[in-house]
Structure formats: structure tokens, C-alpha cells
Design a protein around this ligand. Sequence first.
Ligand code: ADP
Ligand code: TRP
Length: 327
Amino acid sequence: MKPNLLSGIQPTGRLHLGNYLGALDNFVKLQNSGRYNCFFFIADLHSLTEDFKPKDKSKQILSLLADYLAAGLNPKKSTIFIQSHIPANSELAWILNTITPFGELSRMTQFKDKSKDQASNINIGLFSYPILMTADVILYDANFVPVGEDQIQHLELSRTLTRKFNKRFGKTFIEPQPLLTEVPRLMSLNNPDKKMSKSQPQGCIFVDDSPATIKKKIMTATTDSGIEVKYDLKKKAGISNLITIYAALSEKNIKGVEKEFKGENYSVFKKSLANLINQHFSDHRKKKKQLLASPSKLKRITNQGDKKANKIANAKINKVKDQLGLL
Ligand code: ADP
Ligand code: TRP
């Protein structure tokens, strides 16, 4: 039997290049490798931990779903579903709450960072976020979880909780392993010491930014006073980040990109990069627009995925309740 592979993204706004290169693009490649039994979902319950307006939420969910499909996730090959449509997810999260030490959660970097970013809304969901994430993963016996580097700490906790549960209540869950891409941590365009994140929109390329916006963001991206298009993370963090993007989208290696732009200045390189990004996403944008024009079709896709996911999740949660001695 093929190993299970599962991942999700929060519908919190617009998908950016960090999400794409760190996660979604890899989801598609892993799906198409045919080596895994794939599950991809929309982490809508997680997204409630950030400020939002209810009238925007359903749009954000459909937009992310359209991004999934436009990028190449295929409901014939993968189970694509919505987290909040799977009641067993939340049930398991509660059960896992009861075996999670408070101290372990307090160490989570994302919780500390987000508590700073949204100081007026430090809710308990933000704190228990990795517990729900663990439930998402182990409910489906996921062997592999493709994510960006910022999620590794959460998955470490998932592994710890899995071991603890299995030891205390009998072998029930599989310990999940993270899978990183070639670009596990894309940096911000205007602050290459920080990761690209939607909380810093200026340093962020959104997949559906217009070609003019993308060009402007790339042309004004922070570089250094040098002239050589050369990868050097210590001395040339900005240009190295741009080389990383170019390499990932053109499926070349770093050396190949350096060679291609040998003797050219930053401006020539940046123009080519902006063109490459625009070309890469022009098809994606068109497909996304078409998909969003028929929301009922999108809903049919997730209805199908929800059904498959619920079947697996319900069987597992019943087993868990048995193990716990619940009637
Ligand atoms: P954000 O960090 O913008 O809030 P999410 O937390 O929803 O985005 O992340 C969705 C996926 O994208 C996760 O797997 C995460 O690790 C990955 N990701 C987010 N930002 C980056 C980045 N700058 N580089 C690589 N991967 C990233
Ligand atoms: N925590 C992930 C993020 O912030 C999203 C997510 C929720 C997830 N549940 C998951 C990713 C399960 C992988 C597996 O991006």
C-alpha cells in the first residue's frame, strides 16, 4: 500500500510565493509522483485564530480551493476537503488537549510571533493551534506532511504527542514525518532577514498580483551595493533570495542561474525574474478566475472529498474512543 501524505494551508487571504514554493507547488509534484495516497485540505478552523470578517471567510476558502486546483491539485488523484466539515477532527483535538503539556505549547515560536503580531487577539486557539494540527495529521495516519520550515516545530510536537498517546493507550496512530521543499523558507523581498509573510505585504509576491505589481515589487526588492548575480547568503542575502526564486521557477540549480546571468547587472536579472514569475502564474491566474466563476462546481469537489475524509476520520475516532474506554 502507498504511504499517506497530507497537508493543508489556512485560508487567510491571498496565497504568496512563500506558500507556493514552500508548500503548494510541492503538493502538486508529490501528488503527480504517484507514490503517495494524498490528502489536501483547507485549514479553515485554524484560520479562525486570526482576525477576520465572517463575510470574507467563505470567499477566502473558495479562493484557496481555486488556488489548489489552478496549481494542479486534482480531485481524481487526491482527496481534497475542508477541515471544518470533518467533525472527528475537532473531537480528536479535544482529546489531544488532555495529553498536551502546557509547557510544550508555550515554547512554540509561531505562538510567540503571532502573539506579537496580533497583540489585541491572543486567543487560546492560537495557543492550542499545534494540537488541532496534530489531530489533522494523525487522524488520517499520515506518514508524510509537506510543509515549509516554520511548521517543523509543530510537527515535532505532533510526533511527541503521537508517541505519548500510543504508549499510554495502545498503538493507534502513526508518527508523521515532515517533508521540506527546496525552498523551505523564502525570505521577504524588502527585508531578506525575515521570512516572506502576508503580514508584510510589501515584501511579498502574491500569486494573483498583477504583472505590473510583480514587476514593481521585484525591481524594488532589497539587494546590496555589489554588481554580481551571485549566491552568497551571508553577504548578499537579497540577491540570493531572488536567485532562489529564479532557480525554483525555472527548475534550474543555483549555479545554472549564476551562469545564465554572468556579467549582467542586477537590473537585467530582476527584469528577467519579474517576467519569469509573470509567465509562471499567468496560466494559474486564468484558471483560478474560471474556477471562481462556478462556485457550485468547487463545492461539488469538496463535497466529494469531505465524504471520503469523513469515512476515514469516523472510523479512526471510533477506535480512539474505544482505546480511551469511552462508551
Ligand atoms: P503565512 O505564513 O503566510 O501565514 P501559512 O501559515 O498559511 O502562511 O502557510 C502555509 C504553508 O506555506 C505552510 O506549509 C508554511 O510552512 C508555508 N510557508 C509560509 N511562508 C513561507 C515562506 N516564506 N517560505 C516557505 N514556506 C512558507
Ligand atoms: N499550520 C499550517 C500553517 O500554518 C496549516 C496546517 C493546519 C497544516 N493543519 C495542518 C499543515 C496539517 C500540514 C498538516 O501553514
